[in-house]
Design a protein around this ligand. Structure first.
Ligand SMILES: Cc1ncc(COP(=O)(O)O)c(C=O)c1O
Length: 400
């Protein structure tokens, strides 16, 4: 027998693991794939798929600002005055007057000591927890926290425990059990949860963080712009939250993220948060769009009132039709079906009838918790809602 040498050894397929993972997903009908849409140039809830006009119920453009003329104009103004790229990390030569100006404006608007702009919510969450936690720390996160927060906790190398979703008694037990064994404790949660659309008890979190001297980090991504006085979110004017995270990619209609904190924490993040240090700053047109969004959002009480009323109405109508909207109390409304195939069938039925509403299934949510997740916008009209409910009524889940 000829001993194997590097010349005659059969070549290992280095992509085998990729094929296997994708095949497994495909076999379970769980393969994620990208679908291309062309957004309407002016109507934020209309998009075109393969030329077909679709009514969009899955974007996070809660106030319809992504197509607002003032955002477009300011983005163009900033491109003209400052160019299209920030050219470097904020610490090298990428901090322009517009970046510092935006942070001062954010701190003023949200009535916090300081604000720091980061490039995305994912980048902020996945890197700032590591900067604040580290090996000797304990991170306690709500079980349904967004993946970016979970990545941050995992990357931090801290001891990481999840408390039961919105269960303050469970969090308190875990805090009590930590008893002096860690250098510090971080409590991490969202204010409005991205999949269930329900809310944290922020006041209780503040009390618990204070009692146990824990750092409290609240991701307000789905609340800023939509909830609270002048759209300041569900953390507005609440003391005792060490870091509030907000994003500009949802209600603010553009892109990027911010952290509201003290001057001390801001200085610390500038020095120790890799997702801030090692990346090119947000480009000027994006800063322009954010600025315009920040000017508009406080003036949009009427849009917020309309949207909040719409949320109550849609939830009530769905429940009356026998659908389970779970614990939603926001513009994010899950239609819980449990079964994956049933969920896919409803999503396809909706799409067949010109409605975009994503099927959310494992691994994004737990097995048995598949749902259609709709997100309402102040640009959805009564007619849009009636049409959506009519299509839902026409779905015969059992037959599909
Ligand atoms: C709660 C929450 N935090 C953070 C993010 C990430 O924000 P961004 O889209 O700015 O990366 C999301 C996005 O879906 C989210 O739902």
């Amino acid at each position: 027998m000829v001993p194997p040498t590097s010349a005659n050894k059969p070549k290992m397929d280095k992509y085998a693991f990729i094929d296997q993972a994708l095949t497994e997903r495909k076999d379970k009908d769980q393969l994620r794939c990208l679908r291309t849409l062309v957004p309407d140039s002016s109507d934020p809830v209309i998009a075109y798929k393969k030329g077909r006009r679709m009514l969009n119920f899955c974007s996070n453009d809660y106030l319809g600002l992504s197509r607002h003329p003032r955002l477009k104009e300011r983005a163009m103004d900033y491109a003209r005055s400052h160019g299209c790229g920030a050219t470097a990390s904020r610490l090298v030569c990428g901090t322009f007057d517009i970046h510092s100006g935006l942070e001062a404006k954010l701190a003023r608007h949200f009535e916090r000591e300081a604000a720091l702009v980061l490039n995305s919510g994912f980048q902020a969450n996945s890197s700032l927890i590591g900067a604040l936690a580290g090996r000797g720390a304990l991170v306690l996160a709500d079980k349904l926290s967004h993946n970016s927060l979970l990545q941050g906790a995992l990357l931090s190398r801290a001891t990481f425990r999840r408390y039961r979703h919105r269960d303050m008694a469970d969090l308190e037990r875990k805090l009590g059990g930590a008893g002096g064994r860690y250098e510090r404790i971080l409590i991490v949660t969202e204010s409005i949860f991205s999949m269930d659309g329900d809310r944290s008890d922020v006041d209780r979190l503040v009390q618990l963080a204070d009692k146990h001297q824990a750092l409290l980090i609240v991701d307000d991504a789905h609340a800023v712009g939509v909830w609270g006085e002048q759209g300041m979110g569900l953390t507005a004017k609440k003391d005792g939250i060490d870091l509030v995270i907000g994003t500009f990619g949802k209600a603010y209609g553009s892109f990027g993220a911010f952290v509201l904190c003290s001057d001390r924490v801001k200085d610390y993040l500038i020095n120790f948060c890799p997702g801030f240090i090692y990346t090119t700053a947000l480009p000027p047109p994006v800063i322009g769009a954010i600025e315009a969004g920040l000017d508009l959002v406080p003036t949009m009480d009427q849009d917020r009132g309309y949207l909040q009323g719409l949320c109550d109405q849609v939830r009530a109508r769905l429940r009356a039709m026998g659908f389970d909207t779970h614990s939603s109390s926001s513009q994010i409304i899950p239609i819980l079906l449990g079964d994956e195939r049933l969920t896919l069938s409803l999503s396809r039925w909706l799409e067949l009838n010109g409605i975009l509403a994503t099927a959310i299934r494992p691994p994004t949510v737990e097995a048995g918790k598949s749902r259609i997740r709709i997100a309402l916008s102040s640009c959805h009209t009564g007619e849009h809602i009636e049409y959506f409910l009519q299509v839902l009524r026409g779905w015969n889940g059992a037959k599909s």
